[in-house]
Structure formats: C-alpha cells, structure tokens
Ligand binder design. Sequence first.
Ligand SMILES: NC(=O)c1ccc[n+]([C@@H]2O[C@H](COP(=O)([O-])OP(=O)(O)OC[C@H]3O[C@@H](n4cnc5c(N)ncnc54)[C@H](O)[C@@H]3O)[C@@H](O)[C@H]2O)c1
Length: 376
Amino acid sequence: MTEIQSPRETLTVELGARAYDIQIGPGLIAEAGTHIAPLLRRPRVAVISDETVAGLHLEALREGLAASGIEMVALTLPAGEATKSWPHFTRAVEWLLEQKVERSDVVVAFGGGVIGDLAGFAAAVLRRGVRFVQIPTSLLAQVDSSVGGKTGINSAQGKNLVGAFHQPSLVLADTAVLGTLTPRDFLAGYGEVVKYGLLGDLLFFEWLESMGPKLASGDMAARVMAVKRSCEMKAAIVARDETEQGDRALLNLGHTFGHALESATGYSDRLLHGEGVAIGCALAFELSSKLGLCSQEAPSRVRAHLRDMGMKVDLRDIEGDLPDAEGLLALMAQDKKVVDGKLRFILARGIGEAFVTSDVPGETVKTVLDEALALR
Ligand SMILES: NC(=O)c1ccc[n+]([C@@H]2O[C@H](COP(=O)([O-])OP(=O)(O)OC[C@H]3O[C@@H](n4cnc5c(N)ncnc54)[C@H](O)[C@@H]3O)[C@@H](O)[C@H]2O)c1
C-alpha cells in the first residue's frame, strides 16, 4: 500500500445524475463555504448538529461559511443514539419548516452518524425532498454513515427501521475534527475501518495492522488514508448496488451479530455501534472458520489486531448480563437482514474475501455463540 503524498483527497460516488463528491482532509470546515456555495441558490443553509459537536466546532463552521458570504441557522439536538427517534425527528422537520427552508435550499448534517441519519431523513421528507450536505465529524460517520444515502431513525420496534434512501449532494470529511473525539468513540469508528479491510482488501487490513496505532494516536496522513480507502470501498459498492439488492449487504459484515448485541445491551453505553460491529466481525470469522470456509488462523488474526488497538473483541468484553445463545439468535431473527424468514450472513473465505449467504445452519451459529458465551 502506498503512502499518500497530500493530505487532501477527493472521491466521487458514481450514481449518474445523483453523483457526488467526498472531500477528505484536515481544514475542510474552514473552507466549507467554498465547497458548498456552488450548490446554493441563495446564501443560506440550515445546519442540524448535536450539543457536543456544536459546542466544539459550530463556530468554526459558521466562520467557514461566512467567509463565502453564507449565512447559517442551526438546530442543536442532544448527543447520542436516543436522538435518532420520532420526537427529535419531528422537532428537526418542524424547525426546518419554521426556518422556511425551501425546496431549492440545502440542509447540512454536522455531526456523527446519529445526526447524519436523522438530518438526512429530515431532508428526504421535507417538501418531498431537499438536498443535503454531510459534514461528518465522527470517524464512523466519515468512513461509513455519511456515504451511501441510507438515512433514518429508530423506532420502538428496532434500529433503523424507518427511513429513506436519500443521497447527499456533497460530503466534507474534515479529518482534523476527529482530534476531539473521545478515544472510545474513535475506536468504535475504527471498527468500521477494519471492516472494510476484512470484507474486501487484505492489503488494507495489513496496512492497518502496521499503521493502526499511529492512526489512533493522531497521524493525519494515516487518518486521511484510512478514511479515503474506506470511502473508496463504500462508494464502489454503493455505485454497484445503491439500494442493497445484492453486494451492498457486504457492508453488513459483523452487523448480524453486532445488531443482536446492541439490542441485547439496549443500545446503551454498554456497547457502541462500532464496538458491536468489531465483535461481530470477529464472530463472523469464527463462524466462517467453523464452517470450514476460512482457516482457523483468520479469526485469531482479526482478534489480535482488534486487541492490539485496545478494542472490545469478545463477548466477555461487554459488561453486565447477556442473553444465552438462544436469546441472541432470537434477536438476530428480528434483524432487517432476514429475507423470507432466513438470516443473511456475511461470511469470509479469508481476510478480504467476504460474501453474502443465507445458507448457514442455525446449529453452527448457536455453537459459535455458546462457545463465545462460555468464555465470559
Ligand atoms: N446511514 C448509514 O449508512 C450508517 C452506517 C453506519 C452507522 N450508522 C448509524 O450511525 C450511528 C452511529 O454513529 P456515530 O458513532 O457517529 O454516533 P454519534 O453520532 O452518536 O457520535 C458518537 C459520539 O461522538 C460525538 N462526536 C461526534 N463527532 C465528534 C467530534 N468531532 N468531537 C467530539 N465528539 C464528537 C457525538 O456527539 C456522540 O456523542 C448509529 O445510529 C448507526 O445506526 C448509519
């Protein structure tokens, strides 16, 4: 894998008339106005953010927009997954209407995946759809949720069950803002970065094995590289399969297990989304090995890297009680990825060689879970 020369990168998500750019690099917030101005009919944007991100970075965004003569109004919602709910969604939509956001205006999502998903969904339904720009501020949002157009909220029945496909018009991933993330939130996002290596790029995984610690300790070139490679992979998959009829499901590596664990821990601080994905990836490789699809070394290597990075790796890393294997299987069965009553798994023939299948014996999944639970 070659080192990057410049800390600024641009990618395009190739979706015909809805194609858009992803800009990656430090300092993009200060230049936000320059990048957003070409999209605007009038020099005004409505920004949706959360309290934590707004407290740290909203003024910088205001200045970055003002430098190009763009006025900004902002709504700040509480930080955290609980915000991705009907009440906050209603508030956001009504606020946008109060601000007289018109069909030709642009909404800006300024925050992590929670804000991106909620603001994107609000933009999707406002006046039957207005354009929006993603300015993702968490690592998870920069490498995953801001790209690809999945927007939505959670409901009492489960996570992400209400939403729409609505592609952004532009993504500005300012890698300098990652510096204010808590180490835990940074590493949760890193879980999604590792996922890309595991699902389709052994060389990238090897690069992460050697560069991961530098990346975590703030090396900007490494951060730009990791965000770029992750977005490149996501953009290619989304361009092939925008609405998840096939290949896009590869991006769900680790999610069938991960979502069950998130549900079992009540979507609480006990387990962040990216942490569930990392543990889920380790379990998906364990299952692949158990089914004879990949070597026994593959799951050990996945675990070793996650462990080196100081991440949650096993079920025993989750504090508090968990359901038994039957209980976890029941939670998996509620996942969106169930098709015709059959669970869809993303398995692997090796690191970087994932594939989608519904042909997995429930007994083997139960054995993997029983063994993982026995280690707690
Ligand atoms: N749409 C998609 O394709 C997609 C993909 C993956 C995940 N998601 C969704 O994304 C959400 C998780 O995203 P997340 O991990 O970004 O959660 P999040 O938005 O809750 O952000 C995590 C925490 O980090 C804080 N934060 C964000 N940027 C910060 C910064 N620069 N400095 C300091 N603190 C900062 C937030 O305030 C929050 O407390 C989940 O709801 C998940 O379902 C969506």
